[in-house]
Design a protein around this ligand. Structure first.
Ligand code: SF4
Ligand code: SF4
Ligand code: FES
Length: 255
């Protein structure tokens, strides 16, 4: 395939034609922050965290969707970009339930991590209108807390494109946009297959597993009960990947 030559932060970079700026930067070992981007699954340029400056372009461009051109000069870390990304994070936090201390994703949250990197916290966000949502606890396996959703739509994309189920999407418009199912159904009322892929790709604590640990411990301790344990199919494959087996390897019997 033909290669395209460009400069990123003054460095000569060569990447296959058709690559995005983000892909070319990755090839050169240059990090550009992302939030909504999920390789080959969610490439919608929605969050604007990945903005970069392109010489000659008036506006900042989203690196995750903008293709490279011969001779292009890209800058990924200028004061203008830092200011813009900071503003994006401050806007996200202005409509976010910022209770990190009690959040399941604290310490493993992409939003929290980026806020830390860019010096944004629960003191210096933009004050504004805040949405308040009821938790969706209707599914047996998981909870949706839209108060922590940043509308990146990764969950929507993985459900539709990877799992082929498509039971979640965006409801309403503008500031009222929220992730949900058709006709405002709870997830438990849809044909969701409980795979948990949406939880795995969510960058925040908006989606999380229900915790039945105590119930199981109680059952194990109950002398009148025989406890039978079964793992979900996705766990049989997912756990293997965690230990470096090729994708899809069934590790039942090795767990
Ligand atoms: S989703 Fe992230 S930023 Fe939001 S409360 Fe949870 S840990 Fe904090
Ligand atoms: S629930 Fe999570 S993955 Fe889905 S749009 Fe909200 S933040 Fe993104
Ligand atoms: S990561 Fe590029 S716009 Fe969200």
């Amino acid at each position: 395939m033909e290669n395209i030559n460009l400069k990123i932060n003054g460095l000569d970079v060569s990447a296959p034609a058709g690559s995005t700026i983000l892909e070319a930067a990755h090839l050169a070992g240059i990090k550009i922050p992302t939030l909504c981007f999920l390789k080959e699954i969610n490439e919608i340029g929605a969050c604007r965290m990945c903005v970069v400056e392109v010489k000659g372009a008036r506006n900042l461009v989203a690196a995750c969707v903008h293709p490279i051109n011969e001779g292009m000069e890209v800058y990924t870390n200028t004061p203008r970009l830092i200011k813009s990304r900071k503003k994006t994070l401050q806007l996200l936090l202005s409509n976010h339930d910022k209770k990190c201390l009690s959040c399941v994703r604290s310490g493993n949250c992409e939003l929290q991590q980026l806020c830390r990197e860019y010096g944004v916290d629960d003191e210096n966000f933009f004050e504004g209108k805040v949405n308040h949502y009821e938790l969706d606890t209707s599914a047996a396996h998981m909870v949706r807390d839209n108060n922590k959703c940043i509308l990146c739509r990764r969950c929507v994309a993985v459900c539709e494109k990877v799992q082929g189920i498509g039971v979640i999407g965006t409801n309403n418009r503008g500031f009222s946009t929220m992730i949900g199912s058709a006709f405002e159904m709870g997830l438990g009322e849809t044909s969701c297959v409980s795979c948990g892929q949406c939880i795995a790709v969510c960058p925040t604590g908006a989606l999380y597993e229900k915790d039945y640990t105590q119930k199981i411990l109680d059952a194990i301790a109950d002398p009148d009960k025989y406890v039978v344990v079964q793992t979900a199919p996705s766990v049989r494959a997912g756990l293997g990947e965690e230990f470096g087996y090729p994708m899809g390897t069934d590790v039942e019997g090795k767990m």
